[in-house]
Write a protein that binds this ligand. Structure first.
Ligand SMILES: Cc1ncc(COP(=O)(O)O)c(C=O)c1O
Length: 404
């Protein structure tokens, strides 16, 4: 008799975005005249840059001619893309990462979710609270956690690192030593960043304790401040304790195209085994490579014209973040994030719960955001707004906030 993986049954169900969608639908049905502004979901809205579109067209034409047609891509990625990433994302920042330590994939979500497969089920993970849910849920599915405690809203056998106002929304070194440490900076959902010296402390800690840091740098393109590292490999010793995830989604608007990569330095070991070889084996067995045309589009992101156009897009979203941050601060709200990240983390007024504030904002201002409690109990009494809307809607939303 077939049996299911009952670890999946431990998951309480992801009600966050479906509950938001239902509430918005019900409100719109009751108030068809309302002009809703959505600052909730973390998806980009600007079209692909011209250079990317031109490159895609050229690559499609290549696929349509016998002499330039390509079949399966190399499962670890085309050299043209791995080389340019090694040079521009790492070499130019003084990081020692070679092209063959870069594994191309169809996005950071899959890699963040799949990476746990190469580690023992006996490993104990540590995650920030609030957190991007993929890190926890993928470990639940694998059976690395205990049961879910609905009262605490936490899984057993997971070390939670509270990221609250009191600690500047940054995790502190825990008492118990985790084997795997998930860090994401610039952070989703709080928009907080870790300065180089703070990240260096985590790197030193991981090296000392033989832990592995799983560093999600999906939002590095939004960094504006000098002392905030774009890569964990800017820290000394990271090559022996860290894996890094990157995404083209928020950097170049590839949420619908799908492209990302994972970096595993060759000397990184767990239990005397090189992780590079394990991930290469996993990739080779379970993945057949990102599409040629998308990898060519990824290469174009690093061309002079591509870089310039993408810089403009990011500046546009950053401008939105600045409008929200300044506007809400002027209106008396307590807000953080938004300087090195496309997310603004808003403290709900009058001790409202995150969901109470959601309803209040929807009904009184017709604005949709994301309740912070959806990212974990540490997010309760907070609310996430994103800078991914249009400038017009963002400005209008700020005006509505002021009138609340
Ligand atoms: C922290 C973080 N990592 C990874 C991803 C997913 O990236 P991708 O679109 O490359 O799968 C997201 C998407 O929202 C994210 O917020």
């Amino acid at each position: 008799m077939a049996k299911v993986n009952d670890n999946y049954l431990k998951l309480p169900g992801s009600y966050l975005f479906s509950t938001i969608a239902r509430k918005v639908r019900e409100y719109t049905e009751a108030h068809p005249e309302a002009r809703i502004i959505r600052l909730g979901i973390g998806d980009v809205t600007q079209p692909l840059a011209e250079e990317i579109v031109d490159t895609l067209h050229k690559a499609v034409d290549e696929m349509g001619r016998a002499e330039t047609f390509r079949g399966y891509a190399p499962d670890l990625g085309y050299d043209f893309l791995r080389n340019v990433i090694a040079k521009k994302d790492y070499g130019e920042r003084g990081c020692d990462i070679s092209a063959d330590e870069i594994f191309i994939s169809d996005g950071a979500k899959c890699d963040c979710g799949n990476i746990q497969e190469i580690f023992s089920l006996e490993n104990r993970i540590a995650v920030c609270d609030p957190v991007y849910p993929v890190y926890v849920d993928s470990n639940v599915m694998a059976g690395r956690t205990g049961a879910y405690d609905p009262e605490k809203e936490r899984f057993g056998n997971v070390i939670y690192l509270p990221c609250l106002e009191a600690n500047g929304f940054l995790p502190e070194i825990p008492e118990e030593v985790p084997d795997l440490i998930y860090l994401c900076f610039p952070n989703n959902p709080t928009g907080a960043v870790m300065k180089r010296s703070a990240l260096q402390e985590w790197v030193d800690y991981a090296n000392k304790n033989h832990s592995v840091i799983l560093f999600d740098a999906a939002y590095e393109a939004y960094i504006t401040e000098e002392d905030v590292p774009h890569s964990i490999y800017e820290c000394e010793g990271a090559r022996t304790c860290a894996i890094e995830f990157r995404s083209f989604s928020k950097t170049a608007g590839f949420t619908g195209l799908r492209l990302g990569f994972t970096v595993i330095p060759k000397e990184l070991e767990a239990d005397g085994v090189k992780l590079h070889g394990l991930w290469a084996r996993r990739h080779g067995t379970k993945y057949n490579g990102a599409p040629y045309i998308v990898q060519r589009a990824g290469e174009a992101v690093y061309s002079d014209r591509g870089r310039e156009q993408i810089r403009e897009q990011i500046a546009y979203y950053r401008g939105n973040a600045e409008c929200i941050l300044k506007g809400l601060r002027a209106a008396g709200y307590s807000v953080s994030g938004g300087v090195n990240a496309p997310y603004i983390w808003l403290k709900t007024p009058d001790h409202m719960t995150s969901w109470e504030f959601f309803d209040h904002l929807l009904e009184k201002a017709n604005i949709v955001g994301t309740p912070g409690s959806g990212f974990g109990p540490g997010g309760e009494h907070y609310f996430r707004l994103t800078a991914f809307g249009s400038r017009e809607n963002t400005l209008e939303a700020v005006e509505r906030f002021k009138k609340l």
